[in-house]
Design a protein around this ligand. Sequence first.
Ligand SMILES: [Zn+2]
Length: 387
Amino acid sequence: MSTVFVDTFFPNASPLRWRQAEDGVVELFPIPDHARFSPNRQFTHWHLRLVLPAGDGRQTIPVRFATVMSCWNGRESAAMREEPAVGVVSADGKTWAGLTGRRCEREGFAVEFDVPVASSITHFASLVPYTEADLEALLARVAGVPDVRVYQMGATVEGRPLPMLEVGRSDAPESVFLRTQAHPWETGGSWLVEGLVDRLTDGSAASREILDHVRFCIQPMANRDGVHRGLSRFTVTGIDLNRQWDAAIPHDPVLAPESACLGNWFAEQARQGRTPRLAIDLHNDCGGNLHLAHPPQDEAGHLARMAVFERLLREHTWFREGPTGHGFRNPGTFGEGLSEQYGIDAIIWELRANHAVGLGRQPLAADWRQMGSGFAQAAYRFLCETR
Ligand SMILES: [Zn+2]
């Protein structure tokens, strides 16, 4: 049997080692990325290309992932334990289909997939990739569109620009903030933002009404270096951008400029009296819940308003997972820090990655785009009903 080549030398490709085993299966040995001065590490992102030699007629390429250990909040666990085990596959890197794997019985391995072959290069990833090229295409598409503004907030550790994308009248009375890809593998929020921006700029009367009342402020692809390098969670300096949002401690502008420039942006909005009333950090996990905050001031009000938000999401989107139990706390996150510092409703929204309850299947890019379209109305109604 001819040998498959595994290409991991392109933007957003995941670092990993590989070999083709004696039984013909491509064995993948993931490399987790690491937190700075902490045992935390994570492997959840894979993105690679399986390349076949000319004339190779096989229909599928069997692959299996070696077991690697992740560590979250100091707790070790094997990566790839989520059920169902899913990935995505594409013949052209643009149109992706879902793919379900299975537990691997072989010692030292976690999950295996039969990857269908549709061309000489088969693209294989954990979630539908959203790369810098996708972000640049979005920014180019909205350049010059009325009520859309793009400006640079800062740069990453490696010098990549960090844009702020604003959609809505600059003097709109209300603002909503969204951040995406603080954790590079979690692309669902980026696809949601694509659907949101397309909806808001569709020229309809309903969108016009929203744009007149709400300014949507979006920091897309916060961990841009990590996206470029195919990391799962941390930045290249080992920072988790969804930690250290403590009111009393500013972000380190050298180690975490991605958080520092956003912290400065919030401070400037507050100085102008324009702090967004709703701030959402978009993530992916296998639970899919809203992670509510525990602000020391007006916690009951926060919970009551988030109940309104949850109802509106259910009305306008296919979101069905609900909030975490209120006993769940994750100190130092974006939601906890900003809600305490500014008294706003700031939460983490984990889009369920592997099986959406409201769809009854694995969500793909088009589903998150649709969710973003519905989110426009849900966010607008939220601001109206909780004014
Ligand atoms: Zn995350």
